[in-house]
Design a protein around this ligand. Sequence first.
Ligand code: MCN
Ligand code: CUN
Length: 772
Amino acid sequence: MHRKEDARFLRGHGTYVDDVTLPGMLHGAVLRSPYAHAKIVSIDTSAAEAHPKVRAVITGETLAGLNLAWMPTLSGDVQAVLATDKVRFQGQEVAFVVAEDRYSARDALELIDVDYEALEPVVDARKALDEDAPVIRDDLEGRTDNHIFDWETGDAARTDEVFANAEVVTTQDMLYPRVHPAPLETCGSVADMDPITGKLTIWTTTQAPHAHRTLYALVAGLPEHKIRVISPDIGGGFGNKVGIYPGYVCSVVGSIVTGKPVKWIEDRSENLMSTSFARDYHMHGEIASTKDGKILAIRVKVLADHGAFNGTAQPTKYPAGFFGVFTGSYDIEAAHASVTGVYTNKAPGGVAYACSFRITEAVYLVERLVDVLAYDLDMDPAQLRMKNLLKPDQFPYQSKTGWEYDSGDYPRTLRMALDLAHYDELRMEQAKRRDAGELMGIGVAFFTEAVGAGPRKHMDILGLGMADGAELRVHPTGKAVLRLSVQSQGQGHETTFAQIVAEELGISPDDIDVVHGDTDQTPFGLGTYGSRSTPVSGAATAVVARKVRERAKIVASAMLEVSPDDLEWEKGRWFVKGDPAAGKSIQDIAMAAHSSLELPEGVEGQLDATCVYNPPNLTYPFGAYVCVVDVDAETGQVKVRDFVAVDDCGVRINPMIVEGQVHGGLADGVGMALMQVMAFDEDGNHLGGSFMDYLLPTSMECPSWRLGETVTPSPHHPIGAKGVGESATVGSPAAVVNAVLDALKPYGVRHADMPLTPAAVWSAAQGRPFRT
Ligand code: MCN
Ligand code: CUN
């Protein structure tokens, strides 16, 4: 089925936040810090205030008077809305100007005079815990260092024991660099505080409207029913739109102060410099095995750069997200990881970008380690994986770090990927090319994700349990409206969620409207990230549709004057067992449910139903990827020649949308592996503030993806579906990097960090003799 939303998106009729225009609306602009670390000595706003079109200039001091200078982050830290004491990263918000138009607001920023006293910045996370490192968070009481948290998982003693007795131990340091989700639409908001009703309406780029509303209520002290958060069409989120940014809060304060609606929209540089980055994990990995390649244990130490405020979004109990799944898809004896988080003078964030809560980092780590082990053992990396993959009869599988993988048939999926790629022929071709001095590489990666957070007894964000609501109303004529707590940023929810209802009730998807992204119109729930919409809200949708079906059964039994027990369901109608002609369609039943038909005692009319779904477990999608690259030895340029991706996300609701999700994620992977990085100079200046420097992949860098699929339903999900929105971003970087390093094998290069730009590839090969 084609996407219902395409009718408006492809014709340019979407409504994004920047399309919202209200009568009398004013425009805001943010003054940002040019320093990574500096004391604010004074701020003089008088010249800006004198600008004829300026209506208000807001500083940290203004906010402090309202008790709004600091706001809570999603990780229980606090973050400056506008700096009061000092600035802690380049691009940090210092003042907010509200003017009659966007140009005047921007012009007035230049009239604000801020006197800074530069401080030494902490740029390298590896130096953040040095004795003499400047303390970034001196706002926090009793702070004498830049340490945020230590977290560990697995069994350290058992792991050490296995390592001590192992025949082979291989270690590798690797960096998963800082990257940015960079959605096409930047972040923004339009805040409208109605001075008469006292109701605040905020149109904003958010993946989690209900969670945002509750946070605004807690921060601003406004009652929740006086706040309406509307997330209209979103031009890509990729995790960038999970958190609350200072600009959103400033637009609200701007509206309160001026009594007019205030719009604030970031430009590209602001988006890249100040909003949620992703990754930035310095990882030390060790893998133990037998001489013939049976993997025994994995041991990991991570240093996590969280920037100036700990703003990562993840369930409370998991400061390193779901990095705990770093044992990957393998049957091992023991595992242990420790993660230390530190503050640096960089923008906060830390989870965003199709990561499934740090599973991207975990998969990259284990898939690089396996390849490094293959290199050391001189084994074929595909065979090494096949030898160690979990077997179908091991599911549900209890991992050594406490996760329960719900279902899988890994060997079948890997075999399919290798067959589709013609793996054996590729290896023969590679041998020939090497003889001719050419660099060709074949990279394999296998991943398992844990998505659909999550069971309420284990998971919450800022104390809010991770369940989601769904509400289904069936109108008298048999058309329906489904109301959801999750929000689509381009994933096609209006189509796929209508399809779930259609499948359960036999109503055409065209007759089912999906409403989301408006807290006044939808039930509470924690929103869209970590590919949780299908695992959680998709389940809620199936359950609510089944409730409607059961109500329809009672109405049908009254219509047909038989006992409900004598009725049988076939898609779209209830009929009398043994008499298929005697039946009622769901449309007839809907009309009867609203009519004067006499229903049994205690049965209400209408067919509407609601559900709150608390998932019993996460879902565990998986996949096998094969990437083929050609590398130009003289320039270091990498060309991705072929990419085969076999994904298993359980039952697929809309295969076309699933493929689109996979295509997008594969492009992300090529981008991260080969070109994307947020770099900083030694003063903490951000070097990737535009798309001239921060490189996104285009169709030129991407091959024509070749996809395959296996279907292993989730046993605990009502329709057997698992999430897929982030799978390819999680699984593909390792495949690309493994391919490039496989190409460089003749030079004896074992590892090189992303991004593998031509310069990085060329340097890695320099000064090393080529050996076939
Ligand atoms: N789907 C399906 N069958 C399945 C699983 C999913 O048909 N077995 C469909 C779903 O119904 C949905 C889509 O595939 O329409 C993605 O579903 P799901 O895996 O549940 O992920 P979410 O809807 O929760 O989307 C979030 C996920 C995340 S966290 C990021 S980051 C990301 C991603 O989706 N951001 C995206 N994909 C994106 N795609 C676009 N176009 N834009 C983004 O910002
Ligand atoms: Cu981590 S990016 Mo998505 O979960 O919104």
